[in-house]
Design a protein around this ligand. Structure first.
Ligand code: C2E
Ligand code: MG
Ligand code: MG
Length: 241
C-alpha cells in the first residue's frame, strides 16, 4: 500500500491530457490535465485526492501535478484542476509556482462540488491570481450543488457543464431547453461554456445546438499522453509541437 508522500517523492504518477474542442473552429482550444497515479489503489484520481487531503499533502501533490503539466505542454493552453484546499492554503500564489512559467493561457478549474469554506479569503487569492494573468473555470456545474450564485460571485472566464447535464441530451427535449438557457445565462454573465462528457454524435449535435462554445468528452478524445488530437471525422487536427 503506497502512501501519498511516497508517490510524490517517487514521481509515481503521470498526467494525461484531454482536448477541449472549440465547437466553432473544430480545433483543440486547450487541454485539461488529469492525474493518473500508477499504484492501483490510487487509480481513481478522487481516491488519490482524498488520501492527499487526509495526509495534509494536497498542496504538495497539486504542485507536483502542475510541474508535470507545464513541462509536458509547453506549447498548449492548459486547464488545471485545483482543489479549494490549495487556494485556502495559498499554494497558488507562491511566485515560483509552475503556472507562472507557462507562456500560454492557464485556466484554473475549481470544482463546484466542493464548497469553498473560506470564501472571502479565496476571493482575495483568486483576485491576485487574476492579476497575474490566470483565468478561472467553474467545474462540474449541474452536479451536486447547483450553485449558480457561485458564477455571479466568482465571475469566471469559463463554466464547465457537468456530464450529468450532457448524457442523453437530445435536441427538442426539456433537458435541451434547460442546457440552452444555462449557456445563455453563463454567456450573459461573461463566461464561455464547456460541455463535458460528450460520448455520442447525438449529444455533440445537441450541444452544438445550445450555442455552447466548447466541448470535451470521449467522442472527441479520451485523456491520454501525449496530448491526443481531437478525433472526430472531418475535423482539422490541432497544431501539436
Ligand atoms: P473533472 O475535472 O470533472 O474531470 C472530468 C472527468 O471525466 C475525468 O475523470 C475524465 O477522464 C472524465 N471524462 C472525460 N470525458 C468523459 C466522457 O465522455 N465520459 C465519461 N464517462 N467520462 C469522461 P478522471 O480523470 O477520473 O477525474 C475525475 C475527477 O478527479 C476530475 O473531474 C477532477 O475533479 C479530479 N481530478 C482529476 N485529476 C485531477 C488533478 O490533477 N487535480 C485535482 N485537484 N483534481 C483532479
Ligand atoms: Mg475538471
Ligand atoms: Mg468536470
Amino acid at each position: 500500500m503506497t502512501d501519498v508522500q511516497t508517490l510524490i517523492d517517487g514521481s509515481d504518477f503521470d498526467v494525461h491530457y484531454q482536448p477541449v474542442l472549440d465547437l466553432r473552429t473544430n480545433k483543440a482550444f486547450a487541454y485539461e490535465a488529469l492525474v493518473r497515479a500508477h499504484p492501483p489503489e490510487f487509480k481513481n484520481p478522487l481516491v488519490l485526492i482524498d488520501a492527499a487531503l487526509r495526509e495534509g499533502l494536497m498542496g504538495v501533490l497539486g504542485r507536483a501535478i502542475r510541474r508535470k503539466a507545464v513541462d509536458d505542454c509547453r506549447d498548449l493552453p492548459l486547464f488545471l484542476n485545483i482543489h479549494p484546499n490549495e487556494f485556502e492554503e495559498g499554494w497558488l500564489v507562491r511566485p515560483d509556482d509552475p503556472i507562472f512559467e507557462h507562456e500560454h493561457p492557464v485556466y484554473l478549474e475549481i470544482t463546484e462540488g466542493v464548497p469553498l469554506s473560506h470564501f472571502s479569503l479565496c476571493h482575495e487569492v483568486l483576485q491576485e491570481l487574476r492579476g497575474k494573468g490566470m483565468c478561472l473555470a467553474v467545474d462540474d456545474l449541474g452536479a451536486g450543488y447547483s450553485n449558480l450564485k457561485y458564477i455571479a460571485d466568482l465571475n469566471p472566464e469559463m463554466v464547465k457543464l457537468d456530464r450529468d447535464l450532457i448524457t442523453g441530451l437530445t435536441i427538442g427535449s426539456r433537458l435541451h431547453t434547460l442546457v440552452t438557457k444555462i449557456v445563455d445565462l453563463c454567456t450573459a454573465l461573461g463566461a464561455k461554456v464547456v460541455a463535458e462528457g460528450i460520448e455520442t454524435d447525438e449529444e455533440l449535435a445537441a450541444v452544438r445546438a445550445t450555442g455552447c462554445h466548447y466541448g470535451q468528452g470521449y467522442l472527441i478524445a479520451r485523456p491520454a499522453f501525449p496530448p491526443p488530437r481531437p478525433r472526430l471525422v472531418g475535423l482539422e487536427p490541432p497544431t501539436l509541437h
